[in-house]
Design a protein around this ligand. Structure first.
Ligand code: GLP
Length: 244
């Protein structure tokens, strides 16, 4: 893994956006697998700014959802699709026909997951996966333990995920069930960008960087991938694993 340490969240957002823009310049109709959560928000805002300044042309860009909660109504504000819509799709003017989403309200979640996988495959696979890191080492909602070949599926969220996700939704409970792109989908992306911000992530990032691929630390499977860039800000810099 190519680990880069930058000064702060603003530098992280800038560097990540520059990398995304590089992928789009190379392949205008690239398919991004895009996380929500707090960490990517600066990058998405930077991409919107670049579009306004005509430094980025997302007119053919395609975006797939990484994960979502299960059991929410179409208009529920906790929907991660709605979050992605506000933070990324609307600012970049990416219409519904250039997105791949989970049908998380589908009566048969397993079937909805197969439809999602089929859509990813029909789209030619993921060019760039943009990921945040869970405090328990999860990627998307691939909670520990998750094997490298885990499929897109419905999952029960771990207690620490329910706790950390609670900060997104003031006064409303976090749904306990979710769907996630499987580790197999994430690992099949041509490139992976993992960004990690803040002191509370330093210990888990350190463990991931030191670990062999291990289902108990799902992000450690990224060691199997040949093209992973990790951008961490100084606060998230793992004490022992990196000298800089
Ligand atoms: C959440 C989401 C992930 C996200 C990660 C980190 O639970 N399921 O997709 O990347 O955990 O979130 P944050 O960036 O808010 O720390």
């Amino acid at each position: 893994m190519d680990v880069r340490v930058v000064d702060d969240v603003r530098a992280l957002a800038r560097d990540a956006a520059a990398m995304v823009a590089g992928v789009v310049a190379e392949r205008p109709d690239a398919l991004l697998l895009a996380a929500t959560g707090d960490t990517p928000m600066g990058c998405y805002a930077e991409l919107a700014r670049m579009r306004q300044d005509r430094l980025l042309d997302p007119s053919r860009l395609r975006v797939a959802q990484l994960d979502d909660y299960l059991g929410l109504g179409e208009d529920d504000s906790r929907s991660l699709y709605a979050w992605m819509q506000r933070a990324l799709l609307a600012p970049l003017d990416i219409e519904r026909d250039r997105t791949i989403r989970f049908l998380s309200g589908h009566a048969d979640p397993a079937l909805a997951c197969r439809m999602y996988d089929a859509d990813i495959q029909a789209a030619g696979g993921v060019d760039l996966a943009i990921l945040g890191l869970g405090l328990n080492g999860h990627l998307g909602f691939n909670e520990p333990p998750s094997s490298a070949d885990s499929q897109t599926r419905a999952v029960s969220l771990a207690p620490e995920t329910l706790e950390s996700n609670a900060s997104y939704w003031r006064d409303v409970a976090v749904p306990e069930r979710a769907v996630t792109a499987g580790m197999s989908v994430i690992l099949s992306a041509r490139r992976v960008l993992l960004f990690v911000s803040g002191g509370r992530k330093a210990a888990i990032l350190d463990r991931i960087l030191r670990s062999e691929p291990d289902p108990r630390l799902p992000a450690s499977h990224l060691h199997r991938h040949g093209d992973v860039v990790v951008i961490a800000d100084r606060d998230a810099r793992p004490g022992g694993a990196l000298a800089a």
